[in-house]
Design a protein around this ligand. Structure first.
Ligand SMILES: C[S@@+](CC[C@H](N)C(=O)[O-])C[C@H]1O[C@@H](n2cnc3c(N)ncnc32)[C@H](O)[C@@H]1O
Length: 227
């Protein structure tokens, strides 16, 4: 029998190593998470985010977009936030965890009873019932009933209604605050009127962050004397 080339003996082991590397891809050599959880020191919080019960037909934001909202709240010290389109509460979980740190609160509106109840339960289990107020209603009816200003709003409900939400909320956004909106990259066609109106509004400076394929618009209301 011809002698086996010694290099072939290592092949199965090398294959195994490749698989281990692929499985450990989200974790670097120091055991720290990469991607959307990178730098989050509170491991209980990371656990809450990772164990969120995602389901089909709940249309949750990707974790990268949740992290973007989380960072936006912390970096700006935002305290009063409104979400339009709760579903079962995944983006509300990210924002609620940030608002717990700034001492703020989130009001989030959902039209569908089943999803609103799921959100309440998910947020309760994450210890955020005191921070997040889930309102079961059509946002078009609920928004006019909410008093006071918001530091940030996050639009993630019916894309064809974004223009209406913006018109109803414009006067309620504090200077230095922001309107943020989801799916501006992959569903921009359904909210053309909204994007056009916001880009033409000199009160705002607008950017689009594409940390996921969905695209998050951030329109920051300019403070007096900034321009
Ligand atoms: C894309 S999902 C929201 C996902 C959620 N932000 C998350 O990341 O977990 C959109 C939700 O908006 C709700 N919705 C649609 N139109 C609405 C309206 N007019 N008022 C309140 N909620 C609405 C839908 O029922 C749906 O649950």
């Amino acid at each position: 029998m011809a002698p086996v080339d010694v290099r072939w003996k290592f092949l199965p082991g090398m294959g195994l190593l490749v698989w281990v590397a692929v499985l450990l891809w989200p974790v670097n050599a120091t055991g720290q998470d990469q991607g959307p959880y990178q730098g989050l020191k509170d491991q209980k919080m990371v656990q809450k985010l990772k164990s969120f019960p995602h389901k089909a037909n709940r249309w949750n934001v990707p974790p990268e977009d949740g992290r973007l909202l989380y960072d936006l709240i912390l970096e700006n010290g935002y305290r009063r936030v409104l979400e339009v389109g709760t579903s079962n509460g995944y983006s509300a979980l990210w924002m609620g965890l940030a608002l717990k740190q700034t001492g703020g609160e989130l009001i989030t509106i959902e039209i569908n009873e089943q999803r609103a109840r799921e959100a309440e339960l998910n947020l309760k289990q994450a210890g955020l019932s005191e921070v997040v107020d889930v309102r079961l209603n059509d946002a078009l009816d609920e928004i006019p009933q909410i008093k006071g200003a918001f530091d940030m709003v996050f639009l993630d409900a019916d894309k064809s209604q974004y223009l209406q939400y913006y018109r109803m909320l414009n006067d309620k956004i504090s200077k230095g605050g922001a309107i943020t909106a989801h799916n501006v990259s992959n569903m921009g066609f359904a909210m053309d009127d909204f994007l056009k109106a916001l880009r033409g509004d000199p009160q705002y400076e607008t950017t689009i962050r594409r940390v996921s394929s969905r695209g998050v618009l951030i329109a920051r209301k300019i403070k007096e004397g900034e321009q």
